[in-house]
Ligand binder design. Sequence first.
Ligand SMILES: [Zn+2]
Ligand SMILES: [Zn+2]
Length: 136
Amino acid sequence: MISVTSENARQTKYCSAIKGALKIKGHATNNELLIELRRVFPELSATTVHRATARLASRGEIAVAPSAKDGSMRYDSNLEPHDHFLCSSCHLLRDIDVKSKLNAILKRSICDCQVSGRLIIEGLCSSCERALLTVK
Ligand SMILES: [Zn+2]
Ligand SMILES: [Zn+2]
């Protein structure tokens, strides 16, 4: 019984640490969270982070963001519905709010159909654009 209790306590500790790290980062994959949290909890395993984020997401304590460059799950600390700017080069993700502003225009341009979900605007972030200019 004691081992069950301490296991739960450990899970709770990791869950709140993950939530805290995600809040600072805004968006993060399991791997990014693992690297971040290992600085405090060197014993932390990838599986534990995986389970914790899956549990937090299913409870609605964290949200799921557009996936990372390598296709892995990325989580979002912002629980409000929002749109994203995604850099097609470095896959930087930024929270934006365009749907609410553009909804009337969008609706009109798609013959009064409804836009479902939130928008992902792809482009080149300012630092990638700068890097591209210096190469040329
Ligand atoms: Zn970029
Ligand atoms: Zn977001």
